[in-house]
Design a protein around this ligand. Sequence first.
Ligand SMILES: Cc1ncc(COP(=O)(O)O)c(C=O)c1O
Length: 470
Amino acid sequence: MSELVLTDEERATAGTRLVALLDRYERDLPDAQVLPAPDREQLTRLLADSLPDNGIGVDGLFDRLEDTILPSSTTVAHSRFLAYVLGPPNGVAAYAEAVAATINQNCNFWQLSPAASVVERAVLEWLASVVGFPASAKGILTGGGSLATVQAMATALADRVPGFRETGLQRPAPPLVVYTSVEAHRSVDKAAAILGIGLDHVRHIATDERNRLDVGALTAAIDADRRAGRQPWCVVATCGTVATGSVDPLDALADLCAEQELWLHVDGAYGGLFLLCEEMRELMGGAARADSISLDPHKLLFAPLEAGCLLVRDGAKLRAAYAFDSSYLTVAEDPLLTDYMDYGPQLSRNFKALKVWSALQVFGVDSFRAATRRTLELAQHFARGIEAVDGLTLLAPVTLTAVCFAVDGASRTEQTRLLERLAAENTALLGPVLLGGRHGLRACVTNHRTTTGDIDLILARLQEVVASRS
Ligand SMILES: Cc1ncc(COP(=O)(O)O)c(C=O)c1O
């Protein structure tokens, strides 16, 4: 028997310890420190350990997890974790992840993962229906929204640049230009840099008073590039900008991209899945007209990291960008089953779809709709609370769940200290924001555990802080 298999007794121990750990973690959450100070001594000791020749066994491992790993881990599941765009995992996440690791399906070609291939396809078809994409759409689950955007832009290169697979960008041709807004996520710049477009060819277009890409300014920039002999190629619109949650005018951008023959990618990493709520369709329904969209189930579907998603309206274009023949990997084509190696850059891939699918099975999509809707309502509640406090100013309209505000008259340093203080006293973990040259604080309610009581507690503390300044 392999040394790397647990005995019956060890399996029982591992099961008991795991169940106890998960149970204690859940019960202790309300009193947990949202941002525990890392235990530097313990962490330094981790680095000092040499490669262990002999194992410490299952009990030894769980002891180490409990005394070294958990205490220095950020409590993302805390109900007042409101920083960045990151939610706590849903309740069935840990179990689905354990099963995925146990069966270890390789989601590259279907022979190594038949059920997984169909589960991923089902999840992608559900997500495509949420966006409103046609039946021709295809997609792939990714490591997150950033990678989905890289993969989308690579698809756009393959589709729009003749001979791209053979010669890449290594031939004389007018430089390609990509357009996005000044509020776009840095992942757009990163994708352009990685793919050889170059940051000099990313236009950050001005936004309007609601932080949405200004279509007039975009049109002028496209015209200027054409006149200068460059080749406008792609627009990356944002459905939920990272700072304020603003949604670019997707319909107008779809019209412009059709007219100008540009690829339209929608970065829906933060906002796209709000389309689960029917009432958001008016604001973001234009996403259905994009050539591609990225979504992040590890945000609004509260899947544990990582679960991003790329959907391409004409699925044949996604396959054309990524499919390669390889004699050693070929299995007979089967219309039921998909070889995901032909839809993205990875060969070996884990079974990300299982955790998304399992949560939808356990809770049903209505529960996710309700949780998502609640985060929208809580953000509005937070914003009203900020507006009611003399000495606090809302920095931007609240479109989704990001609430940006400033303490009047406070410097950047003072507000950074306030953020640190709120975290240290366990009021909440909020993030910093810079908007229109003004520094402030940002709460992003991407958290299905947050309650009105949590928001009121934060507001009351902010009110005290402001009062103590005057
Ligand atoms: C608008 C937007 N785009 C892209 C990303 C990057 O997504 P990920 O962290 O999944 O790579 C984020 C992350 O918050 C985001 O808010």
